[in-house]
Ligand binder design. Sequence first.
Ligand code: CA
Length: 470
Amino acid sequence: MKKITWILLLLIWAGLSFAQKRAALERPNIIIILTDDQGYADVGFNGSKDIPTPGIDRIAKNGVVFSSGYVSYAVCGPSRAGLITGRYQDRFGFSRNPLLAVKDSVMGLPLTEETLGDLLKKADYKTGVLGKWHLGAHPSLIPNKRGFDEFYGFLEGGHRYFPEDWTINSEKEAKSQYDGYRTKLLKNTERVEETEYLTDALSREALSFVKAHQNEPFFLYLAYNAPHAPMQATEKYLSRFPNIQDTKRKTYAAMVSAVDDGVGALLDLLAELEIEENTVVFFLSDNGGPTKDNASDNRPLRGFKSDFFEGGVRVPFAVQWKGQIPNGIVYDYPVISLDIFATASALAKVQPKNQLDGVNLVPYLKGEKKDPPHQAIYWRNFDRNRFTIRTPDSKMIMEAEAEYLFDIQSDLSESKNLIGTDITLKNKLSERIEQWKKLLMDPLFLGLLEEKEYNLRNPDRFTPESKEKE
Ligand code: CA
């Protein structure tokens, strides 16, 4: 009798354990690892020769590299607004890099928008964001108010890397926009006395978040600010690059290498906890490399951060989901960061509040859908009146001063402007842009380049002026 009871209990336990695993598979964990201003060429999986990234490359080996992986804007803030909502940010007026304006509830992601944190909380995920927020510093716009259970990082568009530089206790004390780079880190809404190099601290917190939530569905948005300027690295990482002579490039390499260690450690932890097969891991940069600022390398792409040439918006981008999507393949049809939200929504089986612009990539990666995920991807730079469209075959950039049309499949480096030679295609693409424009609204707030005007217009909402550019 006793024996039978034990067997029954064992069977029930095995059944429960199986059911738990099944439930987890049905709602996999989601991790997004975002780097800041990393060049297209600066990962091993895109061919980097001087900066080994064995950690990040494991995502490519375990999964899929997007060779035509885009972000929705060519600078930090709007790109992040697109990523975190799954929608073109111009739909809701997030068209510029926000100013650090802690008294301004409009300066950031509008409350009408649902973040990926909000979405996954509806499906009972534990949600965390680590690192750079940059979607609003007003108390109503901070991560803990936007769908994230846990936050460890900073609200500004950038940050210094060494704890001894973090001397400011509140955004309100910042005397210039770039003073914001010196704030003490926040753990939720409390200031902390961090002692580690920033990238290492964020990696440490990522491991701790995953350990804490290993038994429940979780969403981790790990937003490293490396390798964004200022260029700062520790000897541990600098010493890995004795052969790089250029100081800026060497520091950049060290900063990327620090991120890479963190990514490797995170993947090790997923394996150790045996949750690799129910965890989807995305890796991407928020925009292309600003080569002059941080010595990044976008080759063979043309252009840089803030351009709509490929070097501004085509980024290192890969995803792994072991046992679920193929491993070691390159997917060449254009995809966009907005697809991450749509994919997460489908995997967590939870309906988004707003109309999405991305698609669930999983059926494409499994080969169940063979057509291109997007017939067209679009960009707008409101202040320059610049519009860009990428279709599976072509790319067109339109602005007042210049128009470009490229056969992007055969001309990856955008070297041959075909704008005068294919009027039919130009008209067809122009018509698509015109249709897309109808979805968009004007910017909600003045940006980083307009702080003087902002302060004139908003004397009661004083934001510190930039005295130095870091
Ligand atoms: Ca950036």
